[in-house]
Design a protein around this ligand. Sequence first.
Ligand code: PMP
Length: 352
Amino acid sequence: MKAWQDKIRSVVPYTPGEQPNRPNMIKLNTNENPYPPAPGVRDVLDHFDEDRLRLYPDPTAGTLVGALADYYHVGKDQVFTGVGSDDVLAIAFMTFFNSDKPIFFPDITYSFYPVWADLFKVPYETKPLKEDFSICPQDYYPANGGVIFPNPNAPTSHYEDLSVIREILDHNQDVIVIVDEAYIDFAGESALSLLDDYENLLIVQTFSKSRSMAGMRIGYAIGHPELIKAMNDVKYSFNSYTMSQTALALGVEAVRDDVYFKACTAKIRATREKAKQAFTDLGFTYPEPGANFIFVTHPDYPAKELFAALREKDIYVRYFDKPRINNYLRVTIGTDEQMEALFAFLKEYMNR
Ligand code: PMP
């Protein structure tokens, strides 16, 4: 081994879902939105003045921060934006998780959390979800260096009521508690309503799912001004110009069209209801889904086998070969037509 090899930081990276690009494929593997962004986004793209690309973007992302602050009725000093919520979460890990005590998160959760913890050398402990994939709030009572969990959870789609989040916050007043709400617009109430009561709460959301803009990479955090300032200090110590001119322009437009946003999320919820019934009819079970995906298992058909059979037909879903969940498939809710094609194939496969 060469001496310099010893000095290379070695990390086990996060594995993103595959992004195949095949004609006629049905892509239900990375929780993207099957519908286009708000129509105004198209107009802004069509009229985008490329001369603006000569200039650096506004490092404060002022227009987008302002649009989000107006939309959520919070101060501009309560909003932080980043390159997808992955960027926002990574900055939050760097900013808030600096204790010798371990941070806590569920054993089954967004698989990026342990990767960031390792990258930033943050000690962590996972807390087992109950059999039904719900959080046991008492697990989060002991002293820790911070708490993070998604609500709804990924990949289970399980949504926790705000009473559970309140309980966790009540027992964690001395650390930052991050609620990753990537999928909240398909679920129940957001923890945003708790912000006035808990200044140590940080909520992270994204344009990637409910706003159909995964390709544009826009995420944001909302919290107490002191938390947002601390995140900005870290951001400016790392990369000042994270939001591109196009992301700023298109992001503002997407926030503006609330009617489209509500219609689009309602359509996905309606398809989710139909999908639940179709999965039940085929003998699958699943935790009640709160997100734009459903986490299904079947008593007779191993998930790994179904995953491979679907893939053969260019129907992509997600399979995690991990303890407790290795007999489940995570299926993104697509259009009605895509879901019908999925169920037609499953029916045929199971009748063979
Ligand atoms: N949080 C959770 C729970 C997710 O599933 C994802 C999607 N991979 C993200 C955050 C990150 O999404 P994005 O960076 O596209 O905003």
